[in-house]
Design a protein around this ligand. Structure first.
Ligand SMILES: [Zn+2]
Length: 391
């Protein structure tokens, strides 16, 4: 139902794990089409549901009542209708895929899983317009199939082809449902991608757009789960099958949306603030003998920010002390041997971690002071000693 772009390794691995139990059944225009093996369970379930309903003959098309059909006919019709629905899902995904191609994005694969399908694109769309077009293409195809089936339905009913009418009705309803459900504005549903494209266009920030659309996806998933539970327990409802299905789809969607949101936040966390340790600094007047006797045993750092009233004055590197004879330790103060403040010795908390790493490689003291807007010391970074927040 939803199509999903190529994400970075981390998310890709977990999604791959989820979809790894699959077989390749066809190549359509060079695109591998794979089945998740659990999809067969849904196939059988769908055939069974349609067959049971048709043989009981409880189906109404407007004021027209479909006569009950024989058991064998019902099962054959179940298979035909389910195949029709399956081809509808495939058409939906192919529509995403072809639109992706026309936007210059190659298609990795199409996977049919228990909750629908997935057209996996090799890269992210490069602009909101491409994203919008690719997202809308799927529901548009479903909507078209739904409307065409419905238009064909009326003359079929009038001509008395009741069995063909039943198939057309189910195809029409199935495709319209597919279109509508996928347009719910929660990422990674198609509607969520449309939302993301709109937010992306407005703000120019794809990460924030993805995060917001993902949160909407989590909300919609939560509603599906609550609604499903309600359908099962509400006394006047008691629709177990629909209820459980709604919960399952909700859980599936929540998991997908959550991993997207988390992934985006993970990328936001790659800044100095998240890796720095709490600031510890020494005063300019501190004697080197004191530093070595009382500070160093407690604070194993390769360098120390030198501050006075929280303001950074310089950096004292232990490396630099090697040149200082031991007998001069109690005569020398931090200010005498520190390296005076220079841009290569400090970063802002919002600086990218990668940039900080590069700086530490080249600045000769393998560490950095982290300095806030008003020049106050707020943290400390040391090469190879990053504090990592748990995810
Ligand atoms: Zn879709």
């Amino acid at each position: 139902m939803s199509h999903k772009e190529a994400q970075t390794k981390k998310t890709n691995v977990s999604l791959k794990d989820f979809y790894k139990r699959q077989i390749t059944v066809a190549h359509i225009f060079g695109i591998p089409v794979r089945f998740d093996y659990r999809w067969f369970i849904v196939f059988i379930l769908s055939v069974w549901l349609i067959a049971v309903n048709l043989s009981r003959g409880g189906m109404f098309i407007g004021s027209f009542r479909l006569q009950p059909v024989g058991t064998v006919t019902a099962w054959v019709l179940g298979v035909i209708t389910t195949l029709g629905l399956f081809l509808s899902v495939l058409a939906h995904e192919l529509s995403h895929a072809f639109m992706g191609r026309s936007e210059g994005i190659e298609i990795e694969e199409i996977v049919l899983h228990p909750f629908g399908g997935l057209a996996r694109l090799r890269n992210e769309p490069e602009n909101p317009r491409a994203e919008f077009r690719i997202a809308v293409a799927g529901p548009a195809a479903s909507f078209l199939i739904g409307v065409v089936s419905f238009v064909l339905l009326l003359p079929t009913v009038r001509a008395g082809y009741s069995i063909a009418a039943a198939i057309l009705l189910l195809l029409s309803a199935g495709n319209l449902l597919l279109a509508i459900f996928n347009l719910f504005p929660g990422y990674p549903l198609d509607g969520g991608r449309v939302l993301r494209a709109i937010l992306w266009r407005r703000t120019g920030d794809i990460r924030e757009a993805t995060r917001l659309a993902g949160i909407c996806g989590m909300l919609i998933a939560a509603i599906l789960i609550i609604f499903g539970v309600y359908m099962v327990i509400a006394p006047n409802f008691r629709s177990y099958f629909m209820g459980f299905w709604s919960v399952l789809v909700g859980v599936f969607l929540f998991d997908a949306a959550y991993s997207v949101v988390k992934h985006v936040q993970g990328r936001l966390e790659n800044i100095v603030r998240e890796a720095m340790s709490a600031p510890f600094s020494i005063e300019p007047d501190l004697l080197i003998s004191n530093l070595i006797d009382s500070v160093l045993p407690m604070h194993r750092q390769v360098a120390f920010p030198v501050t006075h009233e929280r303001r950074l004055h310089g950096m004292l590197s232990l490396e630099d002390l090697k040149a200082l004879p031991r007998e001069r330790w109690h005569l020398t103060r931090a200010r005498d041997v520190m390296r005076p403040i220079a841009p290569r010795f400090f970063v802002e908390p919002n600086a990218r971690l990668e940039y900080a790493r590069e700086l530490m490689k080249r600045n000769g003291i393998r560490s950095l002071a982290v300095v806030g807007k008003n020049g106050e010391l707020v943290g400390f970074l040391q090469s190879g000693k990053f504090k990592r927040k748990r995810r």
